[in-house]
Design a protein around this ligand. Structure first.
Ligand code: GDP
Length: 433
């Protein structure tokens, strides 16, 4: 389950908020293994999403602890475990130095933070809440934990920031790399080479979630680091899938399953034939599944370099929402094949990247300063709301007035800056008053 933590300076009302959220459901208090005993974990649900709610209020009695230590500890614990953090502050006293210290710590960590201002019994009183923009954590959400006001809106926001779960890349499995492509583009030749590479294959097992054989491979990255992946064979090279090799129905089924299972799909394209409709259809399947795509231009031994450049441009134009990176190889001669797995590992890194919140905010600030949004729209804040695939939310005044091409400008800039190639970058717009 995703974890939501409530953090904040002493006496801002953390436990009241937690109790208000849990209501009478407090009954289910689970102690999860590996967690510190003095924190309460409880299962909560809002808008059909279940999560574990963590009350860090239990840390407060450590009165001898200096403020700084307390803040760091709380924030660190929360950041380590939580998918979303509610930073609770007090409208009557804040923003205080303690609030600011917590905000700094959370921002530095790149955590997903929702700022809440408690003890605002009249949530329409915007002037109070506005002061909390100074914390740099985006829009302050007014609540009254005591009277239950604003808690629903706060939870809407929290739930919208939970990691996307439909359909999830299975986290307990090794990250998957699927080799996909039309018949005869060279998938089997490539797989045999990849699996034939010395020390490449660690083990081979029937796929857990698909009818595709998975081979565990180890990739050596720059700097000698090693990463393990499951290589998914949609060509049916492996024994189990072999039976169905060549039967189009099974091969399509295998490919669909493999695409969903894999974080990264490598689309093998025949450089002689170019990007044909069947290739684009497979690419679209990857896009719809919310996964990452790389293109392997195979049979480079049969075409001139100019053809490869032409196909590379075509890939960018034909797949504008993915902008997949392209690698030219020859599965037959082996040229470029040693780059295939590092290429996939790079895609996986971008797919799972988490950009620190403060860094993202700074970058978007610069972009909006360089190129002011039209029609008087103000972009107040940007935050990453998900990884695998990466998702971002922009908070803007009158977001409905922001033209599509301005969004594209931001998307392209983010893609370039953080090398987010091969995935769709969905920028969500939200209104901040
Ligand atoms: P699959 O159906 O996608 O698995 O394709 P195969 O791996 O069976 O390859 C189809 C044909 O293309 C075979 O005759 C391969 O020898 C040939 N082939 C594969 N890769 C290359 C390559 O890089 N260059 C050339 N010239 N031929 C290739």
């Amino acid at each position: 389950l995703p974890v939501v933590a409530v953090v904040g300076a002493p006496n801002v009302g953390k436990s009241s908020l937690v109790n208000r959220i849990l209501g009478r459901r407090r009954a289910v208090v689970a102690e999860e293994p590996g967690t510190t005993r003095d924190r309460g974990y409880a299962r909560a649900e809002w808008a059909g999403r279940e999560f574990l709610l963590v009350d860090t209020g239990g840390m407060e009695p450590a009165a001898r602890m200096g403020l700084e230590a307390l803040v760091t500890l709380q924030a660190r614990v929360a950041v380590e475990e939580a998918d979303v953090i509610v930073h609770l502050t007090d409208a009557r006293t804040g923003p205080t130095e303690a609030d600011a210290a917590i905000a700094r710590e959370l921002l530095r960590s790149g955590a997903e933070v929702v700022l809440a201002v408690n003890k605002l019994d009249d949530p329409s009183d915007d002037t109070e809440r506005y002061r909390f923009y100074a914390l740099g954590e985006g829009e302050p959400h007014p609540v009254s934990a005591l009277h239950g006001i604003g808690v629903g809106d706060l939870l809407d926001e929290v739930v919208s920031r939970l990691p996307e779960t439909t359909p999830p890349v299975e986290e307990d499995l090794l990250p998957g790399i699927a080799i996909i492509g039309r018949p005869n583009v060279g998938k089997s030749t490539l797989l045999n080479r990849l699996l034939g590479q010395e020390r490449a294959v660690v083990s081979e097992a029937a796929g857990t979630t698909t009818d595709v054989v998975e081979s565990e491979v180890e990739v050596e990255l720059d700097g000698g680091l090693r990463e393990r992946f499951a290589l998914l064979d949609t060509a049916g090279v492996g024994r189990r899938a072999h039976r169905a090799r060549g039967v189009p129905y099974y091969s399509a089924l295998r490919t669909g399953g493999a695409i969903r299972r894999a974080a990264v799909s490598l689309l093998v394209v025949d450089a002689v034939e170019g990007l044909v409709a069947g290739d684009l259809q497979l690419a679209r399947q990857v896009e719809e599944a919310g996964r990452s795509l790389g293109v392997l231009l195979n049979k480079r031994d049969l075409v001139p370099a100019s053809r490869l450049r032409e196909l590379e441009e075509q890939a960018a134009v034909r797949l504008p929402d993915l902008k997949p990176p392209v690698l030219a190889i020859s599965a037959l001669t082996g040229s470029g094949v040693e780059k295939v797995l590092p290429f996939a590992a790079g895609l996986h890194r971008a797919f799972t990247a988490k950009i620190p919140t403060h860094e993202l905010a700074e970058y978007v600030n610069r972009l909006t300063a360089d190129n002011t949004p039209p029609r008087g729209v103000k972009i107040r804040y940007a935050t990453q709301t998900g990884t695998a695939p990466p998702r971002f939310t922009l908070f803007a005044t009158r977001p409905g007035d922001l033209p599509e091409n301005y969004l594209r400008y931001l998307e392209n800039a983010l893609r370039e800056r953080y090398e987010l190639y091969g995935v769709t970058l969905k920028l969500k717009l939200k209104s901040s008053r």
